[in-house]
Write a protein that binds this ligand. Sequence first.
Ligand code: FPP
Length: 224
Amino acid sequence: MLRHLAIIMDGNGRWAKNRFKPRFFGHQEGAKTIHSITETCVKKGIKYLSLYAFSTENWNRPKKEIDFLMNLLEKYLHEQTQTYLDSNIIFKVIGDISVFNSKLQEKIHHLQSITAESCNGLTQILALNYGAKDELRRAFLKIQNKNLPITQESITQNLDTAGIPEVDMLIRTGGEQRLSNFLLWQSAYAELFFTKTLWPDFGSDELEAMIEKFATRQRRFGAI
Ligand code: FPP
């Protein structure tokens, strides 16, 4: 069953370059794809959609690009607030957002709390300043502070994704075939899908075809 879909949204920069435009242009277009793909997932009845928006490694990009992405995020959250409510989408962030400016943090907290209160449809999980290794490190610290034993269960329950089921299907756009530190623990048994399509070009038809393919894969979870 497809309960949790995770997507590594790659290829914005190349999409823009192919059009002789600055990288920013690709990110702007990529934000529109977030909207359309989320709506497709709502229609398909998927309960959890995780999107890799900004990794702990993305700080190595030029400051101008980072600033642009932060502004785009703030604008996106502002513009999409009504859409989240209208489409019954719960918004959740994973990753360490304590490094973001306080206005952005406030916007994130606000959207999380109003959608948690009034929505019960798809949960859209946006990974921001997220890295799976950093998430595990923070989980171990929480376990230590709570004096809990280290078990698979305590680790799962202290990750940012506590309460969210494991990833069933993971898609990476943009042609690379790697996980890039995204939801490593949660994707232990995920079915992996890679496409050369650049994220701004990724459309509902391709997603739906992948979902059909996913349904034909036999998942044995280590059994025979
Ligand atoms: C990869 O493209 C994409 C990202 C760095 C993150 C995804 C960001 C967006 C979809 C922009 C909008 C986000 C929000 C939440 C408003 P890349 O720059 O690595 O592309 P490249 O591999 O072609 O250079």
